[in-house]
Design a binder for this molecule. Structure first.
Ligand code: LLP
Length: 391
């Protein structure tokens, strides 16, 4: 359970993000321990969840690779100390400069999503005088049973190559001089808490591998993407995701061939519970039949509730003993969607109280914006916060 340095928090300007680096290390250690007996399993951290330097440094120190979806992320991963040999680059729309940057860095693999992209990578690899290692992202048509906006593995999505086009792209690749096919890549969606969708994915991979082998193609890596969810409702009592069940599920269902590696791209499960968004109450406002706690943070700092209707448990850090009240927790942005939680139950907030939102480490700070000319939030880390100077 995270211990908040409240006195230090009081000196800092809100809103800001706070990262519990011990919890992060514990989480990463737990993920690593779940694969310790499986030397052919490799984790690539999905940088899109949070690309802050200290977080990438911690991943690098733990030998975790990086899954990137833009040139900026590839650069961030490299700058964060993750070796190019452990960087993969995915994304449905890679620009030429991004491909060149990744080729120059000699990253381990491009996850390719279409034939036109494959052709461009080949051309740029010829120009650069190098060989591009690629995996093909196949749309497995598996339903992740998660939020519609974060499900990706179904036919109507823009992502991946249709199953029917899998063999043709392997054929095409075999004719391209500067392409080396390494593997298959999949991703079915995010915030998945049941193992059934991962099992369904593993079964689909088994079928596809059989098809490929029948056509004479063999791959070295099977990348099953990310998607393992976290417990947004009980962040303090259940902070570490069930990595063991996740990996056991693939070990039980997915039939890897001799020498094959399993790669995964976990984002949310690695960092989600270690990050908090900290804000202050500006006003307690009475409305018609309801009251509003108006914070100095809004969807510019934490977008997920407005965008996906997600819940981030709010805690009143300053007055935990105040009587429990029902309030709408809202932000200052000029949009009616700027609501964190309607009819939340929490100790009655007063002006100046610190309100902490849990489970904000993944897709929190990284999705912040400057809408309304607001400043991007600052990040503080448990291991260095005591050295932060305040005025
Ligand atoms: N690999 C690929 C190809 C992905 O598209 C994603 C996430 C991941 C890995 C990492 O998935 P994770 O392990 O974090 O579930 N902004 C949304 C989440 C979008 C996820 C996009 N892709 C949210 O705040 O819930």
């Amino acid at each position: 359970m995270t211990h908040f340095p409240i006195n230090k928090f009081k000196e800092l300007r809100t809103p800001f993000y706070y990262y519990d680096m011990s919890l992060l290390q514990e989480t990463v250690a737990s993920a690593k321990s779940a694969i310790s007996e499986r030397p052919n399993y490799h984790i690539h951290y999905a940088v899109k969840a949070n690309s802050n330097r200290p977080i990438l440094n911690l991943m690098a120190k733990n030998g975790i690779g990086a899954d990137c979806v833009s040139g900026g992320e590839v650069q961030a991963a490299l700058d964060g100390g993750i070796p190019a040999s452990q960087v993969v680059f995915a994304g449905v729309g890679k620009a030429d400069w991004e491909i060149k940057l990744a080729l120059e860095a000699n990253i381990s693999c491009f996850n390719v999503e279409s034939v036109p992209e494959l052709e461009v990578i080949n051309t740029l690899a010829i120009e650069a005088g190098t060989e591009a290692r690629v995996a093909f992202r196949i749309n497995p048509e598996v339903d992740a049973h998660t939020h519609a906006k974060i499900t990706t593995g179904q036919a109507e999505n823009k992502f991946g190559i249709a199953i029917a086009d899998m063999l043709p792209i392997f054929e095409r690749a075999s004719k391209l001089s500067h392409i080396k096919v390494m593997g298959l890549h999949f991703h079915i969606g995010s915030q998945i808490l049941q193992m059934a969708p991962f099992e369904a994915l593993a079964e689909r991979v088994n079928q596809l591998q059989a098809q490929l082998e029948a056509a004479g193609h063999h791959v070295k890596t099977i990348n099953v993407g990310g998607g393992l969810g976290i417990d947004y409702l009980h962040p303090q009592t259940n902070p570490i995701p069930d990595f063991k069940s996740y990996f056991d599920c693939f070990a039980a269902t997915l039939r890897l061939r001799e020498g094959q590696e399993l790669h995964c791209e976990l984002g949310r499960s690695m960092v989600g519970q270690s990050g908090y968004m900290v804000s202050s109450v500006l006003y307690l406002k009475k409305g018609v039949n309801r009251q509003f706690a108006i914070l100095d943070a809004g969807f510019t700092e934490l977008l997920r509730p407005a965008l996906y209707g997600s819940v981030h448990v709010a805690q009143n850090l300053t007055s935990p003993q105040a009587p429990i009240s029902t309030v709408d927790i809202v932000g200052p942005i000029c949009e009616s969607s700027d609501v964190f939680e309607k009819e939340a139950h929490l100790p009655l907030p007063q002006r100046g109280d610190l309100i902490v939102f849990n489970s904000a480490g993944a897709y929190g700070e990284i999705m912040a914006s400057t809408y309304n000319c607001r400043q991007l939030p600052t990040a503080y880390y448990s291991d260095t916060i005591d050295t932060v100077e305040t005025h």
